[in-house]
Design a protein around this ligand. Structure first.
Ligand code: IFM
Length: 798
């Protein structure tokens, strides 16, 4: 398989093993305890931050110089003859005798061999303390004694990453880096810290509230705090003067570009091995020495490092333990058991913010993204999700509108008026209730962004009623400055254009909320929501059916988007898939809409978001039309959209087509030619270029995309069909007809369900018989069980 040109999954699927360093792009991983986070590439590149990659940044990264993957977390090795190299290939890219990078669950290990010296460096973040640990093992594979100089190096940012990026000549005047001889550590901070978005509005009168520490378990011979001194004039990380000289210049800085570099020496006898540790972390600025010292002492002890590393592994074993699936498709098993879950954990915690391929320094936590990302951790950590939900609800206003995004450290955000944003809150609340059955959550309270507080049920209803209060005379939602699709940003800015997709999404939320409200005795409200559902569904069917599919919207200027009347952007997938998911499509139209989408949007690598792509900028539509055709929201194979198409096909019972889309879009399939695909083969990318561009098949924006979590839930809940309902776990598979069956083990409300689904008649959908512990049950919702109970379930399709 061509994927193996650069790497493969480990046998247990928990690692992606990169076998040569010159991958088509940096392939990255995350190390994080959710407070301290590092993004680590397979060449040691990447950056670290505390809580927020914009506001509290520890190390730098030069985004615009990609694919040059710099800087990072580097260890240089230098021998007596002056030859030097780095343990992670970059930044001194020698022709290594051996190279391997294992991106695992919460850690990355890079192993290299050069000049008969094997170096293994593992990067991870322990669960309990806010630092990253580099555990290094060196092995002299020769018969000669080796005298090695070792230099550990990071380039520091210290505080607000955006200000550092755009205003470095000024920002550097506030840097402080000093070597503390008593603690044998470098400490660094910045005497100035911008904590709000518009840095120019008002000069803040404050220092960064963190101190960074950097140290190693080896005796320290020399150090540098000045990047200029370490790198030297007209040089780069590839040939730093300090390393070439063999001793560092002992610089501390009070102004200038900051780094932390430490120099140690080690002698290794023939075939001797040695371990050492490097620590990079941060503590609160107040009393920083007293705070950092115990952490440093703790983790300079290898036993504590080993036990923390075991904790990371234990955490991930537990996190991934449920659900576990066995389907006939090995790639699907890999994604559902491990990598899509891992990706969803990352998106839940890092949002669209901390990546190589996202300009997320600007965006913070997107409300809509966060509400969707919750569907991942919900499987393993519902309590964490409940807390996050309350945090998200606190960014809703009393009228039901919401911030569009917020920054974790400052709590500040923007109110943009996107027409979909408020509606994601009810979805997240209902998902939580279905998984947990914790109806008492509805009575919990959360503040409103503009003062006062309300219980969760009130937050839910206000989101819906805010959207209902903003309908046009046609009883359809206004488009506003965008809906889920951020790039349809000029369709309805004047408040006239309508979003059919928001109408469908609103219908879905109304139907689901009415079910919930009825269940908790709020019959009158439920009836109101159902009546609204009917009115909007009728408006959609009367006004928005184009003949073979549903249109995407109407424009402020009276035009239409996503219609056969258009020459570009004639059909959009979301308008078809959500017509089905929301149930608004009349039965014959539902199939016809999805068939039209299959015919007009399908490619061999998955369905396009829209087609044909826009080739002329249209100021009445917006950004999508300005983007190059075939990429991003202008006609790419947009995986988030593909995930909803899969869901819709499952609703219609088309297991073969749902699986066709699913198989096409899985990254481990997509990347069958990694030189074309370019991104990591182990996580979803936001999009893959469609045939409307010459780079067809090239992926972009890996890791931080909602498609990871939707593909996870599509696979588990809709294709395998084992999904939570308020009453219990439902079994409703929609699989390809050539499957003989599959197995899935899932924890649900404390009990374990071991489920085997058999498909003797090779159908795509339809449950014929279910037995629980040998006894047939009525219907397809499994009985609830007590904590720890194991239920063996057999389901026959037919
Ligand atoms: O819906 C958005 C998402 O919030 C961020 N990525 C792009 C999507 C479509 O515009």
């Amino acid at each position: 398989m061509a994927l193996e040109k650069y790497g493969r999954f480990s046998d247990d699927g928990r690692e992606f093993i990169i076998t040569r360093p010159d991958t088509p792009a940096p392939w990255v991983n995350y190390i994080s305890n959710t407070r301290y986070t590092g993004i680590v590439s397979h060449t040691g590149g990447g950056f670290s931050y505390w809580m927020d990659p914009r506001d509290s940044r520890i190390t730098r990264f030069r985004y615009n110089s990609l694919p040059w993957d710099r800087p990072g977390r580097y260890i240089y090795v230098r021998e007596l003859d002056g030859e030097y190299w780095s343990l992670s290939w970059q930044p001194v890219p020698k022709d290594l005798d051996f190279y391997e990078c294992r991106h695992g669950m919460g850690y990355t290990t890079i192993t290299t061999e050069y000049r008969n010296l094997r170096g293994e460096i593992t990067y991870f973040v322990p669960p309990d303390d806010d630092l990253e640990i580099w555990r290094i093992r060196l092995q002299n594979k020769s018969y000669e004694e080796r005298r090695l100089s070792l230099f550990s190096f990071v380039e520091l940012c210290l505080g607000h990453a955006l200000v550092d990026l755009i205003n470095q000549p000024n920002d550097q005047h506030f840097n402080i880096v000093k070597y503390d001889r008593e603690h044998k550590a470098i400490y660094a901070t910045k005497n100035y810290w911008v904590t709000y978005k518009e840095a120019t509005v008002k000069q803040p009168n404050q220092a960064w509230n963190k101190y960074v520490f950097f140290t190693t378990s080896l005796p320290i011979i020399s150090h540098d705090g000045s990047k200029d001194a370490f790198i030297g004039k007209w040089r780069s990380e590839s040939n730093p003067e300090g390393v070439e000289r063999g001793v560092l210049a002992e610089t501390d800085i009070t102004a200038g570009d900051a780094c932390a570099a430490l120099h140690s020496e080690m002698t290794l006898g023939p075939h001797e091995e040695a371990d050492f540790i490097v620590l990079l972390g941060c503590v609160d600025a107040e009393g920083y020495r007293d705070k950092a010292h115990p952490i440093i002492q703790k983790y300079l002890d290898l036993r504590n490092v080993e036990s923390s590393f075991a904790d990371v592994k234990r955490y991930w074993d537990s996190y991934l333990s449920s659900p576990q699936v066995e389907t006939p498709d090995q790639n699907m098993n890999l994604m559902l058991n491990t990598w899509a879950k891992r990706q969803a954990w990352v998106t839940f915690n890092m949002n669209r913010n901390a990546g190589y391929y996202h300009g997320g320094l600007l965006f913070g936590v997107g409300m809509r993204d966060q509400c969707q990302d919750m569907m991942g951790p919900l499987l393993a950590e519902p309590d964490t999700v409940a807390d996050r939900l309350l945090e998200v609800l606190s960014h809703q206003f009393t009228d039901g509108s919401t911030l569009h995004n917020y920054f974790k450290l400052t709590g500040q955000g923007e109110k943009t008026g996107h027409s979909d944003t408020p509606l994601w809150l009810p979805l997240a609340i209902m998902n939580y209730l279905k998984e947990t059955g914790d109806f008492a959550f509805l009575d919990k309270t959360a503040p409103y962004q503009d003062g006062g507080e309300g219980d969760v049920r009130q937050h839910l209803e206000r989101a819906i009623e805010y959207t209902l209060s903003n309908l046009t005379p046609n009883h359809l939602p206004k488009f506003g400055p965008g809906d889920w699709n951020d790039t349809l940003d000029y369709v309805g800015r004047k408040g006239i254009g309508e979003s059919m997709w928001v109408a469908e999404f609103l219908c879905f939320i109304l139907r689901e909320s009415a079910d919930l409200l009825e269940r908790i005795g709020a019959a009158e409200k439920a009836t109101y929501y159902r009546r609204e559902y009917d009115l909007i569904a009728r408006a959609l069917n009367e006004r928005c059916w184009d003949g073979e599919w549903y249109i995407r919207g109407t424009r402020d200027d009276g035009g239409v988007v996503g219609s056969s009347k258009n020459t570009e952007g004639r059909i959009f997938m979301n308008a078809q898939s959500w017509a089905v998911i929301s149930g608004i499509a009349l039965p014959d139209r539902a199939s016809q809409a999805m068939d039209s989408a299959y015919r007009l949007l399908g490619t061999e690598r998955g369905p396009q978001i829209l087609a044909p792509a826009y080739r002329h900028p249209d100021p009445g539509v917006g950004l999508a039309t300005r983007c190059v055709p075939g990429k991003k929201e202008n006609g790419a194979i947009f995986n988030h959209v593909a995930a909803w198409a899969i869901l819709a096909e499952c609703v219609l019972g088309n297991g073969n087509r749902a699986y066709e889309y699913y198989r096409q879009t899985m990254p481990n399939n997509q990347a069958h030619d990694p030189d074309v695909y370019k991104m990591e083969p182990y996580v979803y990318s936001e999009y893959v270029t469609s045939p409307e561009h010459e780079t067809f098949g090239q992926a972009s924006h890996s890791w931080l995309t909602g498609s990871g979590v939707w593909m996870l839930r599509d696979g588990l809940d809709y294709i395998l069909g084992v999904r939570p309902t308020y009453d219990g776990l439902m079994i409703d598979p929609c699989i390809p007809s050539d499957w003989d069956g599959f197995k899935i083990t899932r924890r649900f409300r404390g009990a374990i369900y071991e489920i085997e689904v058999k498909n003797p008649n090779h159908v795509q959908k339809g449950v014929k018989r279910i037995e629980v512990n040998g006894k047939e049950i009525t219907g397809n919702v499994l009985p609830l069980a007590t904590e720890g109970e194991l239920l063996r379930v057999t389901c026959i399709l037919g």
